[in-house]
Design a protein around this ligand. Structure first.
Ligand code: ADP
Length: 563
């Protein structure tokens, strides 16, 4: 049927907006109804029309010559007349209707343009205090949208169709992102050129990772390693735009490798959530505190807590009181998930259960910030959150000199004055390190962790000590709140799960749930150890500025890059 459609006579409007339109996307024509290919039916009727016309004219001339009355017709003449009429009707219908249609569509195109202007003016009146928006007619035409999509873009711009509803309305996540992107560009009057749209699975983020997508940001992924940790080698993916970072971590890995590797121990694995509840008196709040902290009640609370998950296992409850308000910090293991959803569901189970014995308990919020999520807080630094690990290595004097280009005493002195004393002077909270956040963030982005949890995950104290009569360096990083998972959230996205796969920790560990996420936490700590070693050496050896000028400053003239 499609090949029957003829190129429409385009109005100015149509030419502007339908240049790239595919044949499928045009509005149907009357000629679409014909059952044979266009060139065949046209050929048949043209031939029929002209051949019967010729035949009848010949017969007409013969009759005049032989004085036969014209109204006396033979059977063949009758058939020729019928064929002539039929082919005439076909040709008239085919070309005539299309001609009429082209006039009608030109009028409706003008109506459409006028409608948009009207609608926009009405919106301007309604939103009299809203910031001035560019007029629709002034905005750049988007060449690649179909007629249907063009209408939708206009509806989103006018507010008729909410942007957030596009996915459910269309059932096509890519198309929804494309329409939203076009609408945003028109509304803002600025281009998103450079932000890629294609090459991403928008279905994979629906209802889980990102709402109202218009594209995706590309971040380069570099590899540091091999990191020799607990006898295994890891190639560590780092997503970053900071020059030097991967190279520096790589140098640290090399120093660790040459010294026989690092050792990492998991101290604790417990995600936390702390609701805030209020009573009418401080005394009542303390009664609940004693009830929750009584070891005799733990088993019951644990069963109630775990009923919503196969993996959530309650490990402890710690309460803090502020007047008549009680903050209850639940901690639990969460298998291979980072665990925020899991722990929140468990907490809700317990709150529902407690309501029977404490009906006067007023639940103010499922999170009362004593958790504490994505904010610097001493509670995480002291008590831990997620995975608590310690990682150490002994770097030989030879490696310190040859690979790190510094000396053991210089590193020990710098660590004491910078990471310990300097951070104390600054009043640091968990920031007794050189740049743990750099490595944590880069691995988090590459492996689909929540980058906002970099705040507490980067809590780290770096210790350095000269051992073996001052010949070798003992270095350690202690990180009490590494919040990572290998299932859930962004970990299931294609790029991120590829990075997890590289580390051998993709998805859930079936034999030993929790092992993958715990191993990932040790890799994070091992990489931080490498990063600390290298940066501290660069500072101690006076190489920092020199190497940043080499790796972090391109020779491109930034003033020539357009804004
Ligand atoms: P989070 O709690 O980190 O936000 P989600 O609750 O979104 O994570 O994802 C965890 C989901 O994965 C849960 O539905 C859980 O049942 C499932 N799951 C499957 N295998 C595991 C595993 N080994 N460890 C943890 N969760 C797992």
């Amino acid at each position: 049927m499609d090949i029957r459609r003829r190129p429409p006579l385009r109005s100015h409007y149509n030419q502007k907006h339908k240049a790239d339109e595919t044949v499928d996307q045009r509005s149907p024509k009357a000629s679409d109804a014909l059952p044979l290919p266009l060139y065949l039916t046209n050929g048949i009727f043209f031939t029929l029309f002209f051949s019967v016309s010729y035949f009848l004219l010949q017969r007409w001339r013969d009759k005049i010559r032989s004085s036969i009355p014209l109204h006396v017709v033979t059977l063949s003449e009758l058939a020729a007349i019928v064929s002539l009429i039929a082919s005439f009707i076909y040709l008239l219908g085919f070309f005539g209707i299309d001609f009429v249609q082209s006039i009608i569509s030109r009028n409706s195109a003008w109506d459409l343009e006028n409608d948009d202007e009207q609608r926009f003016l009405v919106n301007e009146d309604r939103n009299i205090h809203s910031p001035a928006k560019p007029r629709l007619m002034d905005l750049p035409a988007i060449p690649s949208v179909s007629q249907d999509d063009e209408e939708l873009v206009k509806s989103v711009v006018s507010g008729e169709v909410p942007s957030y509803s596009l996915e459910s309305k269309l059932g096509d996540c890519f198309r929804a992102a494309k329409i939203r992107r076009d609408a945003v560009q028109r509304l803002v009057g600025r281009s998103l050129e450079g932000l890629p749209l294609e090459g991403f699975d928008y279905d994979s983020i629906l209802g889980q990772c990102c709402e109202m997508p218009v594209g995706y940001v590309q971040i380069p992924v570099g590899i540091a390693g091999p990191l020799l940790l607990n006898g295994c080698e890891y190639s560590v993916p780092m997503a970053t735009t900071e020059g030097c970072l991967v190279a520096s971590t790589n140098r640290g890995c090399k120093a660790i490798f040459a010294s026989g590797g690092a050792t990492c121990v998991l101290l604790r694995d417990a995600m936390t959530r702390a609701p805030v509840v209020r009573f009418t008196s401080a005394k009542r709040a303390t009664e609940l505190k004693f009830f929750l902290e009584d070891p005799l009640n733990f088993d019951t609370l644990s069963v109630v807590f775990s009923k919503s998950s196969r993996f959530a296992r309650l490990q402890g409850i710690k309460c803090a009181i502020a007047g008549k308000n009680l903050y209850i910090r639940f901690s639990c293991s969460t298998g291979d998930a980072m665990g925020m959803n899991m722990v929140s569901k468990g907490v809700q189970n317990v709150l529902d259960f407690l309501q029977n014995d404490f009906p006067d308990m007023d639940v103010i919020g499922i999170s009362g910030n004593f958790c504490s999520d994505k904010k610097p807080a001493a509670v995480n630094w002291i008590e831990g959150r997620g995975k608590s690990v310690v990682c150490e290595a002994i770097i030989t004097r030879h490696v310190v000199t040859k690979v790190l280009k510094t000396t053991v005493p210089a590193l020990v002195e710098l660590n004491m004055l910078k990471n310990l004393t300097g951070s104390a002077v600054a009043g640091a909270l968990g920031g007794f390190n050189a740049h743990a956040a750099n490595i944590v963030s880069a691995i988090y982005i590459a492996t689909g962790q929540d980058p906002a949890q970099n705040i507490e995950s980067s809590h780290c104290i770096t210790m350095m000590e000269a051992i073996n009569n001052g010949n070798d360096l003992h270095i350690s990083v202690t990180m009490p709140s590494i919040e990572v998972g290998t299932v859930g959230g962004g970990t299931q996205l294609a790029s991120q799960s590829a990075c997890l796969n590289l580390l051998g920790v993709k998805g859930a560990n079936k034999e030993s749930p929790g092992s993958n996420s715990q191993l990932l936490a040790t890799v994070v700590a091992g990489s931080v150890l490498a990063g600390e070693l290298s940066l501290m050496s660069a500072i101690a050896g006076g190489q920092l500025v020199k190497s940043h000028m080499k790796y972090n400053r391109s020779s491109r003239d930034v003033t020539k890059i357009g804004s």
